[in-house]
Design a protein around this ligand. Structure first.
Ligand code: R5P
Length: 310
C-alpha cells in the first residue's frame, strides 16, 4: 500500500504513516498564482493500493478540490485501487433538503469523489450513517467509540456517569457509548430558532448529581454544547464534559468553549487542531491515527474493519 496526503491535515497523515511503518508517497500538492490546485506525484504508483488522506475541513472547498485533483492524478498514474481517506467529511450536514429549492450537497460531493475515480472511501463518524448510501462504491464509516470510551472511563471513572446526547439526532451515537460504558443515557431536546443559532429547551433524564458527558459528531460554533452544558448544570449535574469527534470550531468557538461552563471538551485530530485549540487548557485532542491506520491496514489486507469496534 502507499499513502498520499493533501494539505488539510499532514500531521495526521504522517502519524498514520508512522503507525503503518511506511513512508509517505513523495508528491507536491500546490497552487498556481490564481489558486488553482496542482498535484505532482514524484514516484511510480502503477498497480499500487493507494490511500489518500484528506479531510474536507476548512477551507472546505479548497480541501475538497485538492482531494479530487489527487484522486485524478492517481487514476491517471494507473494506481490499482484508490481509497479516499476522509477523516472529516465536510458537507455531511447537508444530507437532505431542509426546504424547497435547496440542494443535497452531501450527495453532490459523493458524486464528485466517485466521478474523480475513487474506488472506495474510509471516513469517520459520519453526521448521518445513511450518507454511506450516497456512494455506489464501498464506504467504511469508522466509529470513534473505541477511542472515546476508554478515555472517558480513565479520566472520569464510571461511577455516577451519564452520557448525554445534545439533540435527538445524536441519540444512536450516544446510546452506543452509554452501552459500552454501562452508563445511563439522557437527551437534550434542542430546538433551533434559526440556522446557526441553537436553543436548549429541556433535559430528558435525571441528571441530578451525575457527571455528564455530552457526545456529538461535530462542534462548530460551540453553541449546542455550551447551551447543553448550562441546561445540564441547571438540572443538577455535578460536572459536564464533552466528547466530540470533529472539532470544526469555526469563528469564535474556541473562546466560547473556553468561557463556557464545560469542564473539558475532548475532540480528535480528524481536523487539524488550530494553534488556538492547542493552547486552550479546556480543549484536549485525542489522535485517530492508530484507528485510521489500523483500518487502512485491514482494508489493504482484505480483513474485517467492523471488528475494530465489536
Ligand atoms: C447537529 O446536528 C450536529 O450533530 C452538531 O450538534 C452541530 O453541528 C453542532 O453545531 P454548533 O457547534 O454550531 O452548535
Amino acid at each position: 500500500m502507499k499513502l498520499l496526503a493533501g494539505n488539510s491535515n499532514r500531521p495526521l497523515a504522517e502519524a498514520i504513516a508512522a503507525y503503518l511503518r511506511i513512508d509517505m508517497t513523495r508528491a507536491t500538492v500546490h497552487r498556481f498564482a490564481d489558486m488553482e490546485v496542482f498535484v505532482e506525484i514524484h514516484e511510480n504508483v502503477r498497480g499500487e493500493d493507494m490511500f489518500i488522506v484528506q479531510s474536507t475541513s476548512y477551507p472546505a472547498n479548497d480541501n475538497l478540490m485538492e482531494l479530487l485533483v489527487c484522486i485524478d492524478a492517481l487514476r491517471r498514474s494507473s494506481a490499482r485501487r484508490i481509497t479516499a481517506v476522509i477523516p472529516y467529511f465536510g458537507y455531511a450536514r447537508q444530507d437532505r433538503k431542509p426546504g424547497p429549492r435547496t440542494p443535497i450537497s452531501a450527495k453532490l460531493v459523493s458524486n464528485l469523489i466517485t466521478e474523480a475515480g475513487a474506488n472506495r472511501v474510509l471516513t469517520m463518524e459520519l453526521h448521518a450513517g445513511q450518507i454511506q448510501g450516497f456512494f455506489d462504491i464501498p464506504v467504511d464509516n469508522l466509529y470513534s467509540t473505541p477511542l472515546l470510551a476508554p478515555d472517558i472511563a480513565s479520566s472520569l471513572g464510571t461511577e455516577d456517569l451519564m452520557i448525554v446526547s445534545p439533540d435527538v439526532g445524536g441519540v444512536t451515537r450516544a446510546r452506543g457509548l452509554a452501552k459500552r460504558l454501562d452508563a445511563p443515557l439522557a437527551i437534550i431536546d434542542k430546538r433551533r430558532e434559526r440556522a446557526g443559532v441553537s436553543e436548549v429547551m429541556h433535559v430528558i433524564g435525571d441528571c441530578n448529581g451525575k457527571h455528564c458527558v455530552l457526545v456529538d459528531d461535530i462542534v462548530d460554533s460551540g453553541g449546542t454544547l455550551c447551551n447543553a452544558a448550562d441546561a445540564l448544570l441547571e438540572s443538577g449535574a455535578r460536572s459536564v464534559q464533552a466528547y466530540v469527534t470533529h472539532g470544526v470550531l469555526s469563528g469564535g468557538a474556541v473562546a466560547r468553549v473556553a468561557a463556557s461552563s464545560l469542564d473539558k471538551l475532548v475532540i480528535t485530530d480528524s481536523i487539524r487542531p488550530t494553534e488556538g485549540v492547542r493552547v486552550t487548557d479546556k480543549i484536549r485532542v485525542l489522535s485517530v491515527a492508530s484507528l485510521i491506520g489500523e483500518a487502512i491496514s485491514r482494508i489493504s489486507s482484505e480483513t474485517s474493519v467492523s471488528s475494530l469496534w465489536d
